[in-house]
Design a protein around this ligand. Structure first.
Ligand SMILES: [Zn+2]
Length: 617
């Protein structure tokens, strides 16, 4: 087996506690890591005990991060920190010298702490600052109930270091427990064992017994309540949302069963979802035991719940078997999209699965077009050294990764593919893997074993999409295209053919408008189908994009676009619309909206839009 980095020193043996009471000894060799200052082959954290106070008035988290460490004879341990105020550091209870190195705009600073050869614990007293990138503090007006403030964290890719000093590399897994003090009327939840009721004193205790990388440590605080779906699934949401959220996600247990049926037991005990306020920057974030989700998927008809299947799939690909570095991000996301679509197929049939796959294929083609001047960024294996790993979080990892696995499945057959994936998850459970190791494993355990030749290297290491890519077909979408063409040809639309359409079919219809569609035709479609007033966020988003691109201003669509961008902070939606303003030569209109909307966005969304619009705060 190839290794990116051969250790000159003997490797560190650390104890990792799993769900079983017995402890098992795991040998870890850490490969070179482009996005962390930590030197885990010298000294590594193994367990975090976090004790913090959350002050909403000052918008500060302060307290102490206590770590158990494994030391390989080093005289210092290096953590990652960004925009933190470090007050004091102790080693085994005694004050110890520390320094913060030079600031790198992506990585932050190395926090270098002096230790002895036999140091077992370090304790860092610190507070967050106004510049923190992980935390989004929301005032009451930015929530659903509008009576209490809210706070959530977003750790992926390298933001956990902006609210906890930590060794922030996906290769380093730790267990954690935490004590979090919040205002008495609010509830705190984490990616851990969670409370189901509010604590009268506002003090919450958490325990995460499965080892996880730092980017999966997550915290949300708000006036939220819990409602169970089954004995291991349920939802957290603000009071006014709880019933709707519970109904929307009522298939959660069925999804867990379908997933287990495919790739083995769910290893994280509990699978809950918290629906956050609309500024949450992603569709969902797979924080273990507690997925964080955008309210934009609450459509009232379960039509956008493939998001739940996606985040659930991450319980295997990503959380159980983690990409070693962000250059291997496709191992997290490509596998997860593949698994998501398999879960959706198991629950709702092949047609729905193929519609999702085809939407992804169109996203991929759009991304390839957008990256046509940067072909290296269209490889599955990325090189993000010296860059923000966020640059690699696009459709290539997700949809090209999916297409690779789907093409492979069609080549080897589903039965062999599933047996292979099941064994892969089992072998690498609670550890990390990189692209090279995966490729070796694939060759040995699937291709050579069955005497199958496949252009794996071209898929992984070459730009673009290879010629043997699976062709995905959907009868439903073919019918949508026919209906659209008939409208373009005859200027008339037959509403009987569209009566039973799912939101995915509507999305496909709108996204495929010809480039020369006129504002008049759009007006006609809006009159017939009320797109501007749609309550499905996905349909709204693609309709607004077309409205901007095609100069359609009717039916108060401009006001709706402005309202949408001032409320929703989901990065995919927001960047799609601002990019449309840019491409339509209406960047000034985009900037006018952005100036007020930006305050509602989490830093990961704001950073992307700043760059897109050339905006300087
Ligand atoms: Zn994902």
């Amino acid at each position: 087996m190839k290794k990116a980095f051969i250790l000159a020193i003997s490797c560190i043996c650390i104890l990792i506690s799993c769900t079983e009471p017995q402890k098992k000894e795991v040998v870890i060799k850490y490969a070179e890591e482009p996005h962390s200052f930590a030197q885990p082959n010298n000294a590594v954290i193994t367990h975090l005990n976090l004790d913090v106070d959350v002050n909403f008035d000052a918008q500060v988290i302060s307290g102490t991060a206590n770590y158990n460490i494994a030391n390989n004879g080093a005289s210092e341990i290096i953590l990652d920190a960004k925009y933190l105020e470090i007050e004091e550091v102790k080693a085994d209870g005694e004050n110890t010298p520390f320094t913060l190195g030079d600031m790198d705009k992506n990585l932050g600073q190395p926090l270098i702490i002096a230790i002895e050869e036999n140091t077992k614990q370090i304790a860092i007293t610190y507070k967050t600052t106004a510049k923190t990138e992980a935390l989004q503090w929301l005032n009451a007006q930015q929530t659903a109930d509008k009576t209490n403030p809210f706070l959530f964290t977003q750790g992926q890719a390298i933001l956990t270091r902006t609210w906890i000093p930590i060794q922030d590399s996906p290769q380093i897994r730790i267990t954690y427990d935490a004590t979090v003090k919040v205002p008495e009327n609010l509830m705190a939840v984490m990616s851990a064992e969670n409370p189901k009721e509010k604590a009268a004193d506002g003090i919450y205790h958490f325990k995460m017994v499965q080892p996880i990388p730092a980017y999966l440590i997550a915290l949300a605080i708000g006036d939220i309540e819990y409602k169970a779906i089954s004995n291991r699934t349920g939802v957290y949401a603000e009071k006014s949302m709880l019933k709707k959220v519970h109904a929307e996600f009522s298939d959660m247990e069925k999804m867990v069963l379908a997933a287990e049926n495919l790739y083995g037991a769910y290893d994280w005990d509990q699978f809950d979802i918290i629906v956050l306020p609309p500024s949450f920057p992603f569709g969902g974030m797979e924080n273990p035991r507690l997925t964080f989700a955008t309210p934009t998927v609450i459509a009232g008809d379960k039509s956008l719940t493939s998001l739940v299947a996606h985040e659930l799939a991450h319980s295997w690909s990503g959380n159980l078997v983690t990409n070693a570095t962000w250059n291997d991000f496709w191992l997290n996301e490509g596998f997860t999209v593949y698994f998501e679509i398999r879960i959706m197929e198991a629950l709702y049939g092949k047609e729905r699965a193929n519609m999702l796959a085809l939407i992804g294929r169109q996203d991929l083609d759009d991304e390839l077009e957008a990256l046509k001047d940067n072909p290296n960024d269209t490889k599955l294996k990325l090189n993000l050294k010296g860059r923000n790993p966020d640059d690699g979080m696009n459709s290539i990892a997700y949809d090209k990764g999916y297409l690779f696995l789907r093409t492979l499945e069609e080549k080897v057959g589903r039965e062999k593919m599933d047996a292979f994936l099941k064994a892969y998850f089992k072998k690498n459970a609670f550890s990390t893997t990189n692209t090279e190791d995966f490729n070796d494993y694939l060759h040995t355990n699937l291709l050579e074993k069955n005497n199958i030749s496949f252009n794996t290297e071209e898929w992984i290491y070459k730009p673009g999409v290879p010629e043997n890519a699976a062709i995905i077909q959907s009868d439903a979408f073919a019918n949508v295209e026919k209906t659209l063409q008939a409208f373009i040809d005859t200027k008339e639309i037959d509403a009987t053919t569209t009566k039973e359409w799912t939101p995915q079919e509507w999305v496909h219809f709108v996204r495929n408008f010809p480039k020369d569609i006129t504002a008049e035709q759009m007006q006609q479609l809006d009159d017939a189908f009320n797109f501007t007033a749609s309550t499905n966020s996905y349909i709204s988003m693609v309709w607004f994009e077309q409205s901007i691109l095609n100069g359609y201003h009717g039916h108060e669509v401009d006001a709706k676009i402005s309202e949408f961008l001032n409320t929703v902070g989901r990065r995919w939606y927001v960047t799609t619309l601002f990019r449309a303003f840019k491409n339509a030569d209406r960047i000034e209109d985009g900037l006018t909206i952005y100036k007020t909307a930006r305050a509602n966005y989490h830093s990961v969304t704001a950073n992307t839009v700043d760059e897109l619009l050339g905006y300087h705060n």
